[in-house]
Design a protein around this ligand. Structure first.
Ligand code: Z5A
Ligand code: MG
Length: 263
C-alpha cells in the first residue's frame, strides 16, 4: 500500500517538477519578449483601481528556520498570538505536515519505523510542500499571513548534510512560493542540544546537526534575517514582531508573489 502510494507520489512529483520548470521557462521567455507590454498593463491595472487598494495586496509568507531545538515552534506560536491580538488574519503551518498520507510516510521514516533511500525521502518532503502549494497561494492572496515552521531550506539543508548534491536537492523546490522573510534562528548546535535534550528522531544527533548548520550557511539570501536564538525567548519574540510587522506592511501595500529560487 505504502509502495503503491509512494510510486504515485514520485510520478506526480517528477511530472510536477518538469511541468513547473517548463512553465517558469515559458513565463521567463514571455516576460523577456513582452516585458514592456506587461509593465504598461500593470500600470493600467493600478490606475483603474478606483478604491485605491493595490491588486497585489496580500498576506505575508513568513518562514522560521534553524536547527533542531533552536526555538522555531516556540516563536511561531508567539508570533501567531501577536498577530491575532492585532486582529491580523494569520495561520500557523509547519513542514513536514504529518496529517497527509505523504506526511505519514515521512513521520514513519523520522521515527525510525520505516527505512527509505535518502533521495526518496527528500522527494517526499518536497511533495509534502507541493501538495500544499495552491492552498498556500489562495490563503496569501486572500490576505492571510502564513507563519511556516520549516520550509524548503530545511529540505535542502538536511538532505545535503547527508551528502546529497546541493543543486539536486534544490531542484524539486523550484516553483514553490518564495518566503517574504526567512527568520533564521541561529544557535550553536551544542547549545541547542542542551535544551531539553534530543528525542529519538532520526536527525536528532549533535554531529549531524553540525553538518546541517554548515549546509544552512549556503542557503542565505536577501530574504533572510539572522536572529541570535541564544537570547531569552521574550527578546527574540520582540525582534521577530518588529521584522514581521514591517514585512506584513510591505505585502499589504502590494508585492507580487515570487518563486524559489529566484535570488
Ligand atoms: N526535515 C527534513 O529533513 N526535510 C524537510 O524538508 C523538512 C524537515 C521540512 C522534523 O522536524 C525533522 O524533519 C527535522 C528536520 C527534518 N529533524 N530534525 N532535527 P520537526 O519540525 O518536527 O522538529 P524540530 O522543529 O526540528 O524540532 P523541535 O524540537 O520542534 O525544535 P524547535 O521547534 O526549533 O524548538 P522548540 O520546540 O520551540 O524549543 C525546543 C526547546 O527549547 C523547548 O524546551 C523550549 O522551551 C526551549 N526554548 C525555546 N526557545 C528558547 C530560548 N530562547 N531559550 C531557552 N530555551 C528555549
Ligand atoms: Mg519544532
Amino acid at each position: 500500500m505504502i509502495h503503491a502510494s509512494f510510486l504515485t507520489v514520485c510520478k506526480a512529483l517528477n511530472f510536477g517538477v518538469v511541468a513547473v520548470q517548463r512553465s517558469l521557462k515559458f513565463q521567463l521567455n514571455n516576460y523577456r519578449c513582452k516585458g514592456s507590454i506587461r509593465h504598461i498593463q500593470m500600470e493600467i491595472n493600478h490606475k483603474s483601481n478606483s478604491s485605491g487598494a493595490n491588486s497585489d495586496s496580500r498576506g505575508a509568507l513568513v518562514v522560521l528556520e534553524g536547527l533542531d531545538r533552536c526555538g522555531k515552534t516556540t516563536q511561531s506560536g508567539r508570533l501567531l498570538t501577536y498577530l491575532e491580538g492585532l486582529g491580523h488574519p494569520a495561520e500557523l503551518w509547519r513542514f513536514p505536515d504529518r496529517s497527509t498520507s505523504v506526511g505519514q510516510m515521512i513521520s514513519s521514516y523520522l521515527s525510525n519505523q520505516s527505512q527509505l533511500d535518502d533521495h526518496t525521502v527528500h522527494l517526499l518532503f518536497s511533495a509534502n510542500r507541493w501538495e500544499k502549494r495552491s492552498l498556500m497561494e489562495t490563503k496569501l492572496k486572500s490576505g492571510t499571513t502564513l507563519i511556516v515552521d520549516r520550509y524548503s531550506y530545511s529540505g535542502v539543508a538536511f538532505s545535503s548534510a547527508k551528502g546529497l548534491d546541493f543543486e539536486w536537492c534544490k531542484a524539486p523546490e523550484i516553483g514553490l512560493l518564495a518566503p517574504d522573510v526567512v527568520l533564521y534562528l541561529n544557535i550553536p548546535p551544542e547549545k541547542a542540544a542542551e535544551r531539553g535534550g534530543y528525542g529519538g528522531e532520526r536527525y536528532e544527533k549533535l554531529e549531524f546537526q553540525r553538518k546541517v548548520a554548515q549546509s544552512y550557511q549556503n542557503l542565505h539570501d536577501a530574504s533572510w534575517k539572522i536572529i541570535d536564538a541564544s537570547r531569552p525567548v521574550e527578546d527574540i519574540e520582540k525582534q521577530l514582531q518588529e521584522i514581521v510587522s514591517d514585512c506584513i506592511k510591505t505585502c499589504q501595500k502590494g508585492k507580487p508573489l515570487s518563486f524559489l529560487w529566484s535570488c
